[in-house]
Design a binder for this molecule. Structure first.
Ligand code: PEP
Length: 253
C-alpha cells in the first residue's frame, strides 16, 4: 500500500524570517497527517530556517531545484550535497516554471534526477502538458516521453524511490483544476510507463502525485483516485488552509 505524499511548493515566496513563521504556523495549525507524508519545498535560502522550524515534527523539507554537477563553476546553482547538508530530504526537478523560464528540458531533468539520486535526495520529478498539447490529444504520448527521458539510466531501485508529479501546465496557478478522471488517466499512464521500464513491482511502489490548483474542496476527490498518491501544491500551500489538504479525509476547519 503506497502512503500518500503531499508537498507544498512555496516557489519564490517568503524570506527566511517569513518562512520560519509560516512553517511554525502550519505546524501549529496541524499540517501533519496520519495518512500522508508532508513536505515543504522551500527556496534554497530558507532551508536551514525551515528545517529548524519543523524539527521534532514529521514534516520534511525539500528544495526546488538541484544542479547535475557536485560542484564547480555554475554560478547561481545548488548541488545535491548543499541541499542535504542544509537538511533537505526532497527536491523538485523539472517544474514547468523551470522549463518555461529557465530552459529546463527533459534532458536536463534526466541529469538533475541522476544527481539528486546520487546525492541521497528523494526527487519529485514534474511532467505535464500545455493546454495546446491537451487540445491536440497528445497528452499521454507527451507525458510518456517525458518520463522515459527523465528516467534514462536510472536503476529500478532508484526509480522506486522517486516521486513523479503530474502537473498539467494549464492547471498550475490558474484555479482551473483537472477533473479527477483526467488526473487519474494520466497518473495511471505514468504508472504504466514505469511498469514498462522497470516491471510491475516498481510500478506498484512508485508514488505519483497530481499538481495544479489543488485546494481544500478538490483534494479528497483527486487523492481518492487509485493512481493518485497525493499532490504537489503551490498557492494553497502558503496558507494555513494547507492543513485541510494534508488532512483531506477529515478536514480541520
Ligand atoms: C505548483 O506550483 O506545482 C502548483 C501546482 O501550483 P498551484 O497549486 O498554485 O496550481
Amino acid at each position: 500500500m503506497r502512503k500518500k505524499i503531499i508537498a507544498g511548493n512555496w516557489k519564490m515566496n517568503a524570506n527566511p524570517t517569513e518562512a520560519t513563521a509560516l512553517a511554525k504556523r502550519l505546524i501549529e495549525a496541524g499540517v501533519e497527517s496520519d495518512y500522508a507524508d508532508v513536505v515543504f519545498c522551500v527556496p534554497a535560502i530558507d532551508i536551514p530556517a525551515v528545517v529548524g522550524a519543523v524539527k521534532g515534527t514529521g514534516v520534511a523539507v525539500g528544495g526546488q531545484n538541484v544542479h547535475f554537477k557536485p560542484s564547480g563553476a555554475y554560478t547561481g546553482e545548488i548541488s545535491a550535497d548543499m541541499l542535504t547538508d542544509a537538511g533537505a530530504r526532497y527536491v523538485i526537478i523539472g517544474h514547468s516554471e523551470r522549463r518555461q523560464y529557465f530552459g529546463e528540458t527533459d534532458e536536463t531533468v534526466n541529469l538533475r534526477l541522476a544527481a539528486a539520486l546520487a546525492g541521497g535526495l528523494i526527487p519529485i520529478v514534474c511532467v505535464g502538458e500545455s493546454l495546446g498539447q491537451r487540445e491536440r490529444g497528445v497528452t499521454i504520448e507527451l507525458v510518456r516521453s517525458q518520463v522515459k527521458t527523465a528516467f534514462g539510466g536510472v536503476s529500478a531501485e532508484d526509480a522506486a524511490k522517486t516521486i513523479i508529479a503530474y502537473e498539467p501546465i494549464w492547471a498550475i496557478g490558474t484555479g482551473r483544476v483537472a477533473t479527477a478522471e483526467q488526473a487519474q488517466d494520466v497518473c495511471a499512464a505514468i504508472r504504466t510507463v514505469i511498469g514498462e521500464l522497470y516491471g510491475s513491482g516498481v510500478a506498484d511502489s512508485v508514488r505519483v502525485q497530481y499538481g495544479g490548483s489543488v485546494a481544500r474542496d478538490n483534494a479528497a476527490e483527486l487523492f481518492g483516485q487509485p493512481d493518485i498518491d497525493g499532490g504537489l501544491v503551490g498557492g494553497a500551500s502558503l496558507k494555513e488552509d494547507f492543513v485541510n489538504i494534508t488532512n483531506y479525509k477529515a478536514r480541520k476547519g
